[in-house]
Design a protein around this ligand. Structure first.
Ligand code: SF4
Ligand code: SF4
Length: 419
């Protein structure tokens, strides 16, 4: 891993370009600006509807390679997607760029942490897939703003190239009456942020949008009654109305926030609902990402490892899943030799300051207070801990993989699990 000084040495006087514009890229651009590096912009072929983000230009790859070479440009690959990373590296090498001389990758070379700081630890919904929606949920309430500031202070000192934070875990961030302050403080530290919201509660939505949040994720699991089955306690009409309200506030405050609708694919919503939500997303100018729905893995882990019965909510959910729990467990076990995909999603801090062993499981606490333990001690606690050991032994670390490829055919959707 590079530190700021060793990074300055390899970059020299060159302009830095970031492939591509995502949360890690945006946060890294901000951090580099803070450290007085010259940032040339983002290289990305997607049409975002704007040509600059945070004041940094967005350049087409063809134009970048026409106008720049390793003589004047240094490249950072920000993409997390393995295939994209390979493709970017190959293209760069074909244009004379050499790894560690002319380009590096964020996650491998600059910052291998993707921290989560939960600002609200309870939810207004009780989705049957989610531990937060179950009777034994551990509710941790609202994080105090000062605690958040102290956490970022410590985190940015311990992780020099920290670029971004996710502000949600087991709860609904928009319940926090001071949500806007969290966004502003994150920016003060030069970081990018991502907030996931069920968008069923909008009392603080306007001031949240006015604070110019970087990334907003909105899970959606169908239309009408279908939405309400798995967004249990949610209301489709309210949700839909609030999507338009969000668009209205984004336009009113002229903010650059990227909104993505995460469409949860279930057996009962892959026909009409999928297309309806896709069209709605496009009309609203948001991004659309389909993912495969699974039960969150905490209760599955307790079932497989400790022999506990599955709760009735998960039994019910199983009826709606495209890949049943049994099928997905077999699939995961087949691929148990692969790495844990969420290992880098760490530190995982709940709103009471405690640190979880795993971002996907609510009940396993690694340390009671992030502010009282060094990052290296946290890493030592994590290495070889019993929860992860068992998880990997049973292949459960590959169970909660939601990535997929969706092809729209005349016969309907073709869905393929991706590794
Ligand atoms: S999935 Fe999200 S909205 Fe649903 S209960 Fe869990 S935290 Fe709340
Ligand atoms: S090994 Fe399992 S318990 Fe550990 S971080 Fe990965 S998914 Fe979570």
């Amino acid at each position: 891993m590079y530190n700021i000084n060793s990074f300055k040495n390899i970059v020299g006087n060159r302009n830095i370009f970031i492939f591509s514009l995502n949360i890690e890229g945006l946060g890294t651009a901000r951090l580099l600006r803070k450290h007085k590096f010259k940032v040339g912009g983002f290289v990305d072929s997607r049409d975002f509807g704007y040509k600059k983000r945070d004041g940094f230009p967005i350049i087409e790859p063809d134009i970048f390679f026409k106008e720049h070479s390793p003589e004047d440009a240094f490249v950072i690959i920000a993409s997390k997607n393995r295939k994209m990373k390979r493709e970017f590296s190959k293209t760069l090498e074909n244009h004379g760029f050499k790894k560690h001389r002319d380009y590096v990758r964020i996650l491998e070379d600059l910052c291998d942490y993707m921290p989560t700081i939960e600002i609200v630890g309870n939810c207004n919904l009780r989705c049957i897939s989610c531990e937060c929606g179950h009777k034994d949920a551990v509710k941790t309430g609202f994080m105090p703003v000062n605690m958040f500031r102290d956490i970022l202070e410590k985190m940015t000192t311990e992780i020099p190239f920290l670029n971004s934070v996710y502000l949600y875990l087991w709860g609904e961030p928009l319940l926090h009456p001071r949500i806007d302050e969290f966004i502003r403080i994150t920016k003060e530290f030069g970081l990018a942020s991502d907030v996931s919201t069920n968008l069923n509660f909008t009392k603080h939505l306007e001031k949240f949008v006015a604070s110019n949040p970087d990334y907003i994720a909105i899970p959606c699991s169908g239309v009408g009654k279908n939405y309400e089955i798995t967004h249990t306690g949610g209301n489709w009409e309210v949700f839909k109305k609030n999507l338009f309200l969000l668009r209205k506030y984004i336009d009113k405050y002229n903010v650059e926030s990227t909104v993505r609708i995460m469409f949860h694919l279930y057996k009962h919503n892959i026909n009409g609902d999928f297309q309806y939500v896709k069209n709605l997303t496009s009309d609203l100018g948001f991004q659309f990402y389909p993912i495969i729905a699974h039960a969150f893995p905490g209760k599955i882990y307790d079932h497989i490892v400790h022999g506990k019965p599955l709760p009735p909510e998960i039994e019910e959910l199983d009826n709606y899943l495209i890949y049943s729990i049994k099928d997905q467990l077999e699939f995961a076990y087949e691929h148990r030799n692969m790495k844990c995909p969420v290992w880098k999603v760490f530190p995982t801090i709940r709103s009471d300051g405690s640190v979880l062993t795993c971002c996907n499981m609510m009940h396993y606490v690694l340390h009671p207070n992030y502010l009282d333990v060094s990052l290296s001690d946290l890493n030592s606690l994590r290495e070889g801990n019993e929860v992860c050991k068992k998880c990997i032994e049973f292949g459960l670390h590959r169970y909660f993989d939601v990535s997929c490829e969706v092809r729209e055919t005349e016969k309907g959707l073709e869905i393929k699990r991706l590794l």
